[in-house]
Design a binder for this molecule. Structure first.
Ligand SMILES: *Cc1c(COP(=O)(O)O)cnc(C)c1O
Length: 484
């Protein structure tokens, strides 16, 4: 193959013009890519790529991929941000030509199938959340938070109200206060009780007529469902504020309860966590938001609309906060979510949540004898253990334990979050792991706590890179690749 230039071949293929979208519901003749992209926009020379033989390139990328840990190679009990069930079939479906060959500027009439899919996804997400107005536009959970807070701000503006504050518990993910600041609110932290629930007295003390939104993650980042949430919603609503539900932990409550039913006015999903989107290396994600019918008119444009059996992108929404992202959102992630939801159906989703809870509680019952779990005899989909005693008695930190787990073939859990637990080790097994894997993980954790401290301080011993200087890396990030 050496005598055929690969980049030339690819260039010729693309020049020949692939067919544009062709989905089952598309009854309008498809147009050639050539017609859609004018000559002036097409390159006239192939890109300067290095020429190597296939075995060399396969080995290069295979070896690179094996330097990392992934759900395909190792148990990955990250906590909250964990990628849950990640079926390969969804990858195949999201790569169908009718989806990946669509050009974002194609007229609606030529992408009816894709629009129908997105419309049905809006309906399903609305139904699962109990909040019927849905936007698929935001590109990640944090982006969903920002978009929803902008929706809230637009609503307050319309009501002629000046509301300046967003409240969030001290167990909140850092994106909550960050999004609030970006949306122009001041942030106020509400304390948690020793049991890990919202401290209602502290909340009452901080509630006033300036309250815009209370952001709550439920179950929270400690893996506890806060049963006071309806009461909290009542207190906040009585002051004219809104409740935002951070939906990162939705995998614990699918089909069991709905945010709209326990008082939330707005929420985001993280389909790249809950609904099978892969998110290695920090992306890509999506952050669909659902809001009450009353807030629906403020959602970002476009919203996918159905009129009879025709689907379109609706931009004609005068009270909308406008665009938050280009084109239709991160469609690939949304398609995977759609496939996941249809595959499971209502009963299957409830079962996935039940299994996530069962696995987490089983692992909790094994781990709490090794590392104490300050908030819990029971948990939802995850729990947070503490290495504080280990640190005090033997000088072994949560970081040492997490790094040593890599040597045992387990991806490190999230450490030092949530901030309310000293030497926190956050563990989420997900619904897909077997009892054997969970037992092996607990066994590894037990053996680690018995090992010499010096060995642990130096861990990991088996990975290509041991301990990077994280402070240095954050302060003086070098993003440029230099050949060795
Ligand atoms: C992951 C996460 C977020 C942010 O979501 P992204 O999709 O990473 O932007 C917010 N809150 C919680 C609790 C999370 O776990």
């Amino acid at each position: 193959m050496r005598n055929v230039r690969a980049s030339q071949l690819i260039f010729e293929l693309s020049k020949a013009g692939r067919r544009a979208a062709h989905l089952p519901h598309c009854d309008v003749p498809c147009r050639d890519v050539k017609e859609l992209i004018g000559d002036e926009h097409r390159a006239d020379a192939p890109p300067p790529l290095p020429e190597v033989a296939e075995p060399e390139i396969v080995r290069h990328f295979t070896n690179l991929s094996q330097l990392n840990m992934s759900v395909d190679t190792h148990f990955y009990p990250l906590g909250s941000c964990t990628m849950k069930h990640n079926p390969k079939r969804n990858e195949r479906l999201a790569s169908l030509p009718g989806i990946i060959d669509v050009h974002p500027c194609q007229p609606d009439a030529t992408i009816q199938g894709l629009l129908q899919l997105l419309f049905e996804l809006q309906v399903m997400l609305g139904e699962i959340s109990g909040l019927p107005a849905v936007s698929l536009q935001p590109a990640a959970g944090a982006h969903g938070e920002l978009a929803a807070l902008m929706v809230a701000a637009a609503c307050f503006r319309d009501r002629g109200e000046r509301r300046t504050k967003v409240l969030a518990p001290d167990t909140a993910h850092g994106t909550n206060p960050a999004s609030a600041r970006m949306a122009g609110f001041d942030t106020v932290t509400v304390k948690s009780t020793p049991a890990g629930l919202v401290d209602l007295d502290d909340l009452r003390a901080k509630l006033d007529d300036q309250i815009g939104v209370f952001m709550i993650t439920n179950p929270n980042t400690l893996g506890i469902f806060d049963g006071q949430v309806a009461k909290i919603a009542e207190l906040v609503h009585a002051r004219g504020g809104l409740i935002y539900l951070d939906g990162a932990n939705m995998n614990a409550i699918l089909g069991i309860t709905r945010p709209g039913d326990f008082g939330a006015d707005m929420m985001h999903y993280n389909p790249h966590k809950t609904f099978s989107g892969p998110h290695g290396g920090g992306g890509p994600g999506a952050g669909p938001i659902c809001v009450t019918a009353a807030l629906g008119e403020y959602l970002p444009v476009p919203v996918v609309r159905r009129d009879g059996d025709r689907y379109s992108l609706d931009f004609d929404r005068p009270r909308s906060i406008g665009r938050v992202r280009t084109f239709f959102g991160n469609v690939g992630v949304l398609v995977r979510a759609y496939c996941y939801l249809l595959t499971h159906g209502a009963e299957g989703l409830r079962e996935a949540s039940a299994l996530a809870l069962l696995n987490a509680n089983y692992l909790l019952s094994r781990v709490r004898h090794i590392l104490p779990v300050p908030q819990g005899d029971r948990c939802m989909h995850e729990f947070v253990a503490s290495a504080a005693a280990l640190k005090k008695e033997r000088g072994v930190s949560a970081m040492d334990v997490a790094k040593r787990l890599l040597d045992y073939g387990f991806h490190s859990p999230t450490v030092y979050f949530p901030l309310t637990v000293p030497e926190a080790v956050m563990i989420e097994p997900t619904e897909t792991e077997s009892k054997e894997t969970l037992d092996a993980f607990a066994e590894a954790l037990f053996r680690i706590t018995e090992e010499p401290a010096d060995l642990l301080h130096e861990a990991p011993h088996t990975t290509p890179v041991s301990r990077p200087d994280e402070v240095q890396a954050a302060r003086r990030t070098i993003l440029k690749w230099t050949p060795c």
